[in-house]
Design a protein around this ligand. Structure first.
Ligand SMILES: Cc1ncc(COP(=O)(O)O)c(C=O)c1O
Length: 380
């Protein structure tokens, strides 16, 4: 009998070891991992340079508290602000915590309470971020939600115009909805959202928790559309598997997050930051990011060829190495079949297969994954 709450529909795979793009299970089965811990291990499993940085920090100190000056916090904050064009960072431990911080900051800075989010978005599982999430299934059974949030359709300006009012603190969205189905906000729409929000005195919060840290071929997905957010939230891949989250925001917001206004015991943990410093140093590099774009194009073009004429495939979606394959049927059974063929992939929404390989995936690994996927989808 398990002593865990049954909150996860777990796979029948017990990891023993994982290195690069491969995961070996306790039963000896070896899997090609195109999940990257759900967009967390963007440099693959256990990269040597990150491991070394963590080992060094373990020798120095593990935790002191945020009463101390932590050099690593300043160093990683500089990496994040340099890469995003924003100014100031607050560190937490997870994506939901980062979004909580963003929502609190927007409300305090504007003195307004409403936050507009998008239908089919996913922003986390805490009480506020669950309410922010535009999917009913996440909220079922938890009683009345916070009334702070109003939900509008992606790529539909009329809905947004109707929702924006003098009490709107912020509009918060993912540039590409990850959990919701790899749904991309088109650049013109997002630009207009930003313009309308700013004209209304509302902030723009972009949730880069799944799309950020190089996943789409730029440090952050908002940069493809040339947006100018007030706050972005990041987590997942920031420390390649160590728990860390952050918001990065404009300097004008500093006063609203003055001493004593927000905090976290573990937020900005030095061991996680040592991993983050090395991870960001590797990923926020022009050549590395150009390679992500090239690999994304390769994966896309091989999938296009291999899946052309497969009836159950509707379209390919996504950007860089965040790839969705929209199906006519439910995606779940194909994820199981791929696993039986030693390939780990995910669903997004009900009808989309989601591929999130490590960003340093090799051409050979891409070819292998496409061969397995084509066999699985054609065998239907
Ligand atoms: C876009 C987005 N926001 C927020 C979260 C929540 O992050 P966490 O699970 O670290 O709290 C996720 C997690 O999947 C996510 O994809």
């Amino acid at each position: 009998m398990s002593h865990l709450f049954p909150t996860y529909a777990r796979w029948d795979v017990t990891p023993l070891k994982a290195k690069g793009a491969y995961l070996t299970a306790k039963d000896g089965k070896e899997y090609l991992d195109f999940t990257s811990g759900i967009s967390v291990c963007n440099l693959g499993h256990a990269p040597e340079n990150v491991k070394k940085a963590v080992e060094e920090q373990l020798e120095n100190f593990w935790h002191t508290s945020n009463l101390f000056q932590i050099d690593l916090q300043e160093e990683v904050a500089k990496q994040l602000t340099d890469a995003s064009g924003l100014d100031l960072v607050f560190f937490g431990n997870s994506g939901a915590e980062a979004n909580e911080a963003a929502i609190k900051l927007a409300r305090k800075a504007t003195g307004r309470t409403k936050v507009i989010t998008f239908i089919d978005s996913f922003h986390g599982r805490t009480f506020a971020t669950m309410a922010a999430t535009g999917q009913d299934k996440i909220k079922t059974g938890f009683g009345p939600m916070l009334e702070t949030f109003e939900y509008v359709k992606i790529n539909n300006l009329d809905g947004l115009k109707a929702a924006l009012d003098e009490n709107t603190a912020a509009v918060m969205f993912e540039v590409i909805q990850g959990e919701g189905g790899i749904n991309e906000g088109n650049a013109d729409f997002l630009k207009e959202v930003e313009k309308l929000a700013h004209e209304n005195g509302s902030l723009v919060i972009i949730d880069e928790i799944q799309t950020g840290i190089g996943r789409t071929g730029k440090p952050f997905a908002f940069q493809h559309a040339g947006l100018d957010p007030d706050i972005i939230s990041v987590a997942k891949a920031i420390a390649n598997g160590f728990p860390l989250g952050a918001i990065v925001g404009k300097a004008a917001l500093a006063e609203a997050f003055s001493a004593g206004s927000h905090g976290s015991t573990f937020g900005g943990n030095p061991v996680a930051l040592a991993a983050a410093k090395e991870t960001l140093n590797t990923i926020f590099d022009e050549k590395f990011l150009a390679d992500v774009t090239a690999k994304g194009e390769k994966l896309n073009s091989l999938l296009t060829d291999a899946l052309s004429g497969v009836d159950s495939v509707k379209q390919l979606k996504g950007k860089g190495l965040m790839v969705g394959i929209e199906l006519t049927d439910e995606a779940g059974p194909f994820v199981t079949k791929a696993r039986e063929h030693n390939l780990l992939i995910l669903t997004a929404g009900t009808h989309v297969l989601r591929l999130l390989p490590p960003l340093n995936v090799s051409d050979k690994e891409i070819e292998k994954a496409v061969t397995i996927l084509a066999a699985v989808l054609k065998a239907e």
